[in-house]
Each structure stands twice: as structure tokens, then as C-alpha cells.
Design a binder for this molecule. Sequence first.
Ligand code: DON
Length: 561
Amino acid sequence: MIMRRFSIVATLAGFALLTSPVFAEKVARGEQGAAATEHPLASKVGIDVLKSGGNAVDAAVAVGLMLGVVAPHHSGIGGGCFLLIRRPDGAIFALDARETAPAAATRDMFLRDGKLDPLLSQRGALAVATPGALAGYALAAKTHGRKPLRELIAPAIEAAENGFAIHGDFAELLNAHQETFPEMAGAAAIHGGTIEARWKAGDLFPQIHLAASYRSIADQGTDWFYRGAFAEKLDAAMREAGGRVVASDLAGYEVISREPLRGSYRGVEIVSFPPPSSGGIHVLQILRLVERFDLAKASEGERAHLLGEAMKIAFADRAHWLGDPDFARVPRGLLDADYLGELSAKIAPDRLLGVDRAGQPPVAGIDVFEKKHTTHFSVADAEGWWVACTATINTTFGSGFVVPGTGIVLNNEMDDFAIQPGVPNYFGLIGAEANAVEPRKRPLSSMTPTLVLRDGQPILALGAAGGPTIITQTVGNLVGVLDLELPLDSALAAPRVHHQWRPDELRIETAWSEAAQGHLTQLGHRLKINGKIGVSNAVGREGTGFIGVSEPRQNTGAAAW
Ligand code: DON
């Protein structure tokens, strides 16, 4: 795999940690633990927390809060997250801190003069759902960690206050969003720039409002956000801007502890996230659909074809059956062995399968799941704590709506609902009744924090960012490790393939060989060639220690101890 190293030249003296050259080592090894995230500073904070006596849950919480500062366009406390936590005694917990539709949400909220306006669920106040990430991090730290939130948030406060040296990709992104994000441009002004300032690699990027918000959380706890001054400010800003999330939505927000999904593949156990994530179900479906094929012996083209066919079948089910299990009946039959066996039998190595609708899984009365632009990070420690967490504000900079004076970028997660049956969302995904907008319902997600266990012992924590490709990246990474027996870094670097049923096209990365592309074309696949698909971050066991691998395709950085 390609290893890239980038360094950033300090522009101001005095902030040793944040401005000294940052080395983006994408692979890190250590005996005590590892953290793989999309940003070297966040990975480093995770390892610092381990070194100071915290466990992997403390580390993950500190990482999540730090990512809200160093990658505020992908996640933050204005969004939501799913945390999959493994305790040293083997118990695994799925904490669902997904955003919820506000109580005042209605099915017609995105209509104007009777016509759907898809932009309304993507940009601005109406796109915002009630954020859950902070409640999720706080609950994880309280129930499974051993350090106070005040301590875990401290490095993030420092990074927000003093700024951190940005890399070139982030500089470009800021420049592109300069006008749409006045708060961000405000940071430029603090920094001696103007609203037209051009950001460049190595510039410090302070966020003083966000720093003050984080400080209030350190001082007053999460009540500041859910019941205190922030809730009041958000309420006022929403009412003025025509949004629907109000103070009572924040006060009523609850993290839900769910039963993780378990399945097997090639002799190992895969534990993943249940609905309202679609990730766990469809990763398990896809793996079970291809398990009868020898993917290691297949040519590249054959492998991409077989995976694409299984993905197509799974995403057809997703569009029909999946939604928040507290509102929609999501049948467990989707993972029924006979059901998947029948579907798998339809997949042929030498012919393209037409899939015109979802399958018909067994839907026995009570047999349903319990009624009661994103970032993924993975952390593990030597005590046996493992965390896979995916956090998001949905698309880049979320709704673009920042509660004035707080620096907190709010999500646009309402767009993850099927805002009308059959109407594609930002990611081209369609959905049905199961994922229709309802008050206090959670929009369906593709986020797939996943753990892999061999003989009951964790060997891998993984997940990804990238909308629906989260599911297919996770499948691809698992196939790389479990079928092709690649080292973790090579598995993440291997060319990716994605099919989401609609549109009916097979997305492949340019890195697939010409022979593979030729094979797929010959079979009749409609190919869409992408330079790069997704961002995955994983930690795994290696010998007696750990390996952390952050996404080879991006400016990222893992850390270990
Ligand atoms: O929950 C979901 O599935 C989406 N909100 C994730 C969005 C995402 O991954 C954006 N990254 N490109």
C-alpha cells in the first residue's frame, strides 16, 4: 500500500502539540493499544488518554470530542453517533446516540406549494434533527470509562482555543465553504484574516466559539447542552430560522442501548450495529450471500461481480424493510438462513441478476428487531476494551446551520429519512414507509461500527464513513482480511466496489485492474468508475499487540502505544 507522510510547518510559536510537524502515519503498532481515526491529532489524543490510565472507552470519547474540532465538517456534538463497546469480560454494548426527528416533524415538512423540495432536508434549519452525539459520549464515559468528561474534553478545548495546523485538503474545503459558513469565516477573522481569507496548509484554525461551548460542557456537564443555555439559544435560533428542533426536543433526547447484531462468516463472529443502522443487517446479509463462493480463488473481476450482486440484493431489502425499529417492523427474517440461502442461489458467477424488488423474508409476528460526510474511529486496549464508533453530522458541514455564537455545526440528518417514498436522498438512497418521517423517529443510517471475534476474543474493530458505501467498505475490508488473508493495511488499501441497487450501477475504484473492469463490462454491469471510495479506520490484533490502520486514501493518521 502507499504510505504518505505529510508535515505541517508551525505558523505560530507556543502550541507545541498542535503546531509541531504532524506525521500522518497510517499504520501504527503497539503492545498497549491502538487508535485509528481520520486525523492524527485525534488518534494521538486517544493514545494519550490510554497512557494516562484511561481505558479504550475513555480514549474513544476523547477522540470523538477531538474530531468535532479537527474535522468539524464530518462529525461533532451537533450530530449523532453509534458506539459499539466490548468490555473485557466479553459483554458487548450498542449505544445508539442517533439524532431523532423533532416532535414537530411531519411528512409534509419538505413540501413547498405541494411540491417536494429536496434541498430543504439537506441545507438549513429544517434539515436538522435533535443531536445525540454528546449524550452518547457522556453515557459511554460514565458507564464504561473511568475518567470524568471534563478531563476527556480538555484536549479538544485546547485545540479549539489555540487552533491546530490544518492540512491542504481541509484548507481547500474551508475555502470552498467560506461564504456558506460564516462562523468558519469568523474564525479567519479572529486569526487576522478576512472573510475572503484563503486558507492554506499549515494555517492554524481556531474555533473560539466552539472552545467556549466545550468549556461550558466541561464546567456544567451535558445539561448545558440538553437543558441549559445551549438549548435556549438553539430554540431561539430555530424558531427564527423556521427549523423544528426546540428546547423540549433536546430535553427529551435519550441514548438507547440496543442489542448488538451477531452473525458468523468464515468461522469468525461478526458483531455489528442493529437498526436504526442498516449497516449490521446488510453487512451480515452480503457476507452470507457470498459465503458459498471461494472469493480467494476467484479472479478480481469475478470477486467484484459476486460482491456487487450480493450488495444489490441487500440494498433492495434496505430500501423496503429498514427503518427505526421503534416505529417500523424490521423483520429479523432478513438474516434467516433459509431466506439468504434462497437469495444466494440466485447469484451466478457468469451472469447478471435482475433485482426488481426487495425479498420476502419470513415475518413472523413478534420476530422483529427490538421494540424498544461522517467519521469512524476504532480504539482497543490491552485490558480488553474495544470500541468501534461511527459519528456524523451527515453531509459535509451538515445542515450548515450553526447556532449563533456556539460554533456548533448542526446536522442535516433529516435527509436520511425517505422524505417521500422512492425519492432518492443526497446519497441516491430510496426508502419506503419503514423510513418515513415521524415525530421522534430516528432516520435510517448506514453507519456500521463492527467487531470481529475469533473464539470469543476480539481481533478487529472497524467501520467507515461515506454514506451507503460504509456498508460495502466494511464488507470489502472483511473480505480482504478473512478471505484474501491480507494484512489489515493492505485490506483497507485494496480496491473497493459498491452497489446500492438503485441506481442500478456498479461503482468501482479506478484501481481495479483492466482485466477486472473488462470482465464486469462483459457481464453487463453498468460501471461507474470512482477515483476513491470512502474512509475506513480499523484496529486489530497483531501478535501479542495491536495494529491501528487509518484510511490509506486520505490524509489520516493512526497511533499506538
Ligand atoms: O447515517 C448515515 O448513514 C449517513 N448520515 C452517513 C453520512 C456519511 O457517511 C457522509 N460521509 N460521506
